[in-house]
Every structure is written in C-alpha cells, then in structure tokens.
Ligand binder design. Structure first.
Ligand code: UN1
Length: 509
C-alpha cells in the first residue's frame, strides 16, 4: 500500500479515529494498525474517549431530526452516489482490505463489490419501503401499517469483513431514515476510517449536516457504551457469540432492539450422488478462503461412507496445491491470519483435535522464513474427527476443516449437521431431488442459510443474511431485512360519523 493509495482513501491526515461526518477529533489512546501480510505498520489512529463518544451521539441526535425528514428516495440518491464512489475506489479500497485484514486481493475486491451491491439494493428499496393495507372489520374504516425511521442505529462489526458488513447496515439504515454510529474492529481501524471518509464526503457534497454517519474507534469498552445507550434504539452487532451474548443482554436490559450475526459452524453434506469436482472446489474455497475467517467458512464436511475415502484423497491432493503467501500476489490462494493471537488459537485448536482423538491429514504449522515475517501465516488443516468433540462444537476462526463420516440416509447427515449450537450456513452436494428437498424442508437444515450444490460461504446481497441458535437470529442485507431498521406503526382511520368498537363491543353513553 503506497502513501498515494492511502491518500486516495483520505487516510493521510493525522489524528483520525472519531468523526461525526467531516469533523474529526481524537484525543484517545493510539492504536497502531499493522498488516498481517508483512508485519509493517500501516498507520496509527486514536481511540474514542467517553467525552468524544457523547459528542458523537449528541450530533447524531440532532442529525436524525433532519435526516428522517428527507424523502426516502432522496436518501436513496445519496446512497446511489456512495455506490458510484465505491465503484471508482474499488481497486484501492479492495487493496486496503487485503493489506489490513489479510484476505486475498480477489476477496478484498469481492468485499467492496458487496458494498456496491447493497447500495444498489438500497437505492431500489428507497422507493419500496412498503407497508400493508388491511381491510377493517368496522364499516367506514381504513387500516394500514407504515414504517418510520428508528433514529440512531449503532453498528458493531468484526475484522473479517471490515467494510462490507458496515455497508449492509449503513445502506439499509440510511434509506430507512436512520443515522448511523459505527464501531469497526480495532484490528482493522483504517478500513473503517476510509469508509467514513467516503460517505462523509458524499453527505457534505449534498449539504447534509454532521452526525448522519459517525465512526468511533476502540475496543470492547467503546462497544459497551453503544449497547448501554438508551438513545440508540437498535444495535446491529456482528462478531463472536461471546461478544453477541454481552451485547444482547446489555441491550435487552434497556429493552432495546438488537440485530445479531454471530458465529457459525457451517457444514457441507456430501451425499453419494454429489458432483465431486464441484464439491472439492466449494469445500476448499469455503475452508481456506479468507484463511477460514468468515462466519460462513466451511468448518465441517459430512461425507457418506461410500465416497468418504475418495473425497478425502481428493481433498488432501487439493490442499497440496494451495499456495500460501502475500494475499496481494494473485498467485497465492491463502493469506495470513489476522494476528498472532489468532495463530495461537489455531495451534491450540490443533492440540485439542489431537487430544480428543482426531487425526490430522495435513501438517499444521506456522510458516517461517522469507515472506512469512509477520508470523501470521499457517498451513490449512484437514482433520478426521467425530462431531461430538468439544473442539468441533466450537467455532475456531482458522482454516481447519473437519471430516465426519455418515452412514445410511440423508436424515443421518442432517442430524449431524444440526447437532451444533450454531446455525448460520449449511449446504448439501447432491444430485438427488429427494435429498435436496429433504435438506430444505422443516425437518432439514436448521440454519439461516441452506444451499444446494454450492458451498457455505459467498452469500449474495439479495438474500437475508444471518442464522439461528447461537448465531443470534438476526437478518441483514437483502430480502425484507430492512424492516428491523424501522419502527412499524398500525393506523386505523374512521371516516364515518359513528364510533363502532372492534370485536362488536357495545358502549353507549
Ligand atoms: C461474515 O463472515 O461475517 O457469505 C460475512 C459470505 C459473505 C459474507 C460473510 N458474503 O461469505
């Protein structure tokens, strides 16, 4: 990343960290952002102080009164401009994502493409924030429901999708008439600041006030301020189940609304009729893409015993082809983990697999030598395990793929697939219509995402994204996910001179 590229993203200034729009102010502690690709310092930012936080929320409170009065299609127009700007900046923003987070450049570009896609989606949505009309049981009465802006939406996002997850929330919240306050991950602060700069410029060009889009920076404490804050009706949080439980209980204490998108333990069922070529590509991309650090990463393969050995051999062969190294070099398939703490988690998971009786089919090691100086590069692992191992039940954010054998019919595989606490993404590779429909039925996958003949990761923007059980139940992005960003109001209007009561109740004076 050259200084010219950082400048193109507005990241050349000093003292970035907290912003209410075009105004930046930061007196907090310094956070240094190092690239996991080479261990080099990318930049320094300031974390948000409590005083600055309160200033941000005050500005947001003022701005929400103005923003909610702007017609939704006009708000959509500004989101359209955001999408246009992202198209222009896609190569350089994708590069920053790759450099600061460590995913491959292709995936960095893909992430910016998700941002563009959600902007497009939100622009259309800005003319489609529909309520229903309802036929009243009373004569001369009309009923309908309508959606109003909520106010301030707090967004907490994780390092693994340092720009896209914000945009899913931001684009929808903005067209819904909400103002946004975002705490990105302290592991990828520059990505967050770059996004804020882009949006703030657009809002300023449109002569919008400060406070429509704000960014705050810091660790769990800063997230806690958001969760506790009664001025913020909705907190949308993406990250670990551990974090989500803290956010959910804090927000629930004040009866606020939370939208949670938490951990997954995603499986692909490989049935006897599966197309093995597709299966291997889908499984390998799902397991090693983003170095296994997507919520939707493929963690488990549940393979029928009749094809188990064949699939196992093909996978081990495929893993031999995987090139690990600088994610900005398009010859490499897999980049580093986010930091050395993640490497420690990977190593400890490998130890647990062995201790519980699992068998490693590939070598688990931290790579050393030229190109691997950051200490964050590891080899992807395939392990034969049982589904009930404690470590298998747990989401490890690393490229570790578990192979589990099933016997009998597809219901056996579905039972294994559902026998975890998480419920985000799932898939079946099959050419049997009966198996596919069974998997998608009420007796099938219990996940928020269930795919047939594609892998577990790489969801499109048009669908609602999220999952059940410990994944938190929230839905973001497509379909009718927008409804959670608005408050619903039911209206009944009487255009007669009588006052009939519902349920036929008689009450005369
Ligand atoms: C995440 O990991 O938090 O489906 C989001 C996918 C991406 C989004 C993942 N579109 O893999």
């Amino acid at each position: 990343m050259t200084s010219k590229e950082l400048k193109a993203l507005g990241l050349a200034d000093e003292n970035l960290g907290t912003s209410t729009g075009s105004k930046w102010f930061s007196k907090g502690e310094t956070i240094s952002s190092y690239s996991p690709t080479n261990g080099k310092l990318i930049g320094k930012v300031q974390s948000t102080t409590k005083k600055e936080y309160d200033k941000v929320i005050q500005e947001a409170e003022k701005a929400k009164l103005i923003w909610r009065d702007i017609p939704a299609p006009k708000r959509g127009e500004m989101v359209r401009q955001l999408g246009e700007k992202l198209r222009e900046l896609k190569p350089v923003l994708g590069k920053l994502v790759s450099y600061e987070m460590g995913k491959s450049y292709q995936e960095g570009l893909g992430e910016v493409q998700e941002m563009i896609d959600i902007c497009d989606f939100a622009v259309g949505l800005s003319r489609q924030l529909y309520g229903n009309t309802i036929h009243s049981e009373r004569p001369g009465h009309r009923m309908y429901d309508q959606y109003h802006p909520l106010g301030i939406v707090g967004i907490i996002s994780a390092f693994n999708f340092p720009v896209a997850v914000w945009s899913w929330n931001a684009a929808l919240a903005l067209v819904c008439g909400d103002v946004i306050v975002w705490k990105g991950s302290e592991k990828t602060p520059l990505c967050a600041l770059a996004c804020q700069k882009i949006l703030a410029t657009i809002l300023k060009e449109n002569k919008m006030p400060e406070g429509i889009s704000s960014v705050i920076t810091g660790g769990a404490e800063v997230g806690q301020w958001l969760s506790e804050d009664e001025r913020i009706p909705l907190i949308s949080a993406t990250g670990s189940t551990r974090m989500g439980k803290i956010v959910a209980t804090t927000v629930a204490q004040r009866l606020g609304r939370s939208l949670l998108e938490l951990g997954g333990n995603n499986a692909i069922i490989v049935s006897p009729s599966a197309d093995l070529k597709m299966t291997i590509i889908g499984a390998v991309f799902g397991a090693v893409g983003t170095a296994g650090q997507r919520c939707t990463s493929t963690r488990r393969l549940i393979i029928h015993e009749s094809i188990y050995d064949k699939v196992k051999k093909s996978l081990v062969d495929a893993y031999k082809q995987i090139k690990i190294g600088d994610p900005l070099d398009s010859n490499n398939h897999m980049g580093p983990l986010i930091d050395t703490d993640a490497v420690d988690m990977y190593l400890s998971a490998v130890e647990k697999i062995k201790a519980e009786g699992g068998k490693l089919l590939t070598k688990a090691e931290v790579l050393k030598g030229k190109g691997y100086e950051s200490g964050c590069y590891v080899t992807p692992v395939i392990a034969e395990v049982e589904n009930n191992y404690e470590i298998v039940q747990h989401e490890t954010f690393a490229p570790i793929l578990y192979l589990i054998k099933y016997t009998g019919e597809v219901d056996q595989a579905i039972a294994i697939q559902n026998d975890v606490k998480q419920g985000l993404s799932s898939a079946i590779m099959t050419n049997s219509l009966r198996e596919a429909e069974m998997f998608l039925s009420q007796n099938g996958s219990d996940c928020g995402i269930a795919n047939v003949n594609i892998g577990t990761s790489g969801a499109e923007i048009g669908g609602a994204f999220g999952g059940e059980k410990e994944t938190g139940g929230g839905r973001e992005s497509g379909s009718d996910a927008w409804k959670v960003y608005m408050r619903r109001q039911t209206n009944t209007i009487n255009y007669t001179t009588n006052l009939p009561l519902a349920q036929g109740i008689k009450f005369d004076l």
